[in-house]
Design a protein around this ligand. Structure first.
Ligand code: KIV
Length: 270
């Protein structure tokens, strides 16, 4: 079983693998394939709930998906991503929302999209026994501030802010740090500086681990970001299976005798 301690102690020899999952069948496949960390991302909003952004995802939404994932995950560490405004406004409420993921839904850690406002919250949660994965660079919950999903850390001041915040979150007790859509040389530098592992998404090859949204990785998403890679064509497989089903029903080929049964006694009823 992968623990927070295993992730924190990663020595860079073997990169950490992390994928999102939002439902039990996907989590089961991801876990059996040997992925180290399953992130129940708030990307569930775009990937599964039909929203354009992650902002409408609620604590109840996330909790339902965390429960489904943690019930079937045996080996990987399950991390719950805290939804927009479920943390960082009021400390007590933030702790309660995050604690619910561990107490009621079986997660082992939470991820917070991080900034200056999450440093002391990370310390509080860590001290209370809620392990925190920090997240810097592109934080999609800031989509309205960014006006989209632009690359981050691309000028010296922005890069310095990321370096400082990375160190501040390590000092506050975060056990790992996601770096999203930042230049690979910046990610490499942060990775060298920190004791805790970095997990990159669109952050180049030098992080201690990599994460992708599972729908992008398996080729289910209709659209995926330029830094993602499709390792399969699940969308194509689903499309052809559904098309075959429609054709078989319409032609009368399905259901056949092998999918049907008859009960002799029923003849007496009519
Ligand atoms: O919500 C999510 O899926 C994430 C990953 C992209 C890191 O935050």
């Amino acid at each position: 079983m992968t623990t927070v301690r295993d992730v924190r102690k990663n020595d860079g020899e073997q990169p950490i693998t992390m994928l999102t999952a939002y439902d039990a069948p996907t989590a089961g496949i991801v876990d059996e394939a040997g992925v180290d960390v399953v992130l129940v991302g708030d990307s569930v909003g775009n990937a599964s709930l039909g929203y354009e952004t992650t902002l409408p995802v609620t604590v109840d939404d996330l909790a339902r998906h965390v429960g489904a994932v943690s019930r079937v995950t045996e080996e990987a560490l399950v991390v719950a991503d805290m939804p927009f405004l479920s943390y960082g406004v009021d400390e007590g409420e933030s702790v309660e929302n995050a604690g619910r993921m561990l107490k009621e839904e079986g997660a082992e850690a939470v991820k917070l999209e991080s900034g200056p406002h999450t440093v002391s919250l990370t310390e509080t949660m860590t001290q209370l026994g809620i392990p925190v994965m920090a997240h810097l660079g592109l934080t999609p919950q800031h989509v309205n501030q960014y006006g989209g999903y632009p690359r981050q850390g691309t000028d010296p001041e922005a890069a310095e802010r990321i370096r400082e915040l990375a160190l501040a979150h390590e000092e506050a007790g975060a056990f790992s740090l996601v770096l999203e859509h930042v230049p690979s040389n910046l990610a490499a530098e942060v990775t060298d500086t920190l004791e805790i592992p970095t997990i990159g998404i669109g952050a180049g090859p030098d992080c201690d681990g990599q994460v992708l949204v599972v729908d992008d990785a398996i080729g289910l998403s209709e659209w995926s970001p330029s830094f993602a890679k499709r390792f399969g064509d699940v969308r194509g497989e689903m499309e052809s299976a559904v098309e075959e089903y429609v054709a078989a029903v319409e032609s009368g080929e399905f259901p056949g005798a092998e999918h049907s049964h008859e009960e002799g006694d029923l003849e007496d009823i009519y």
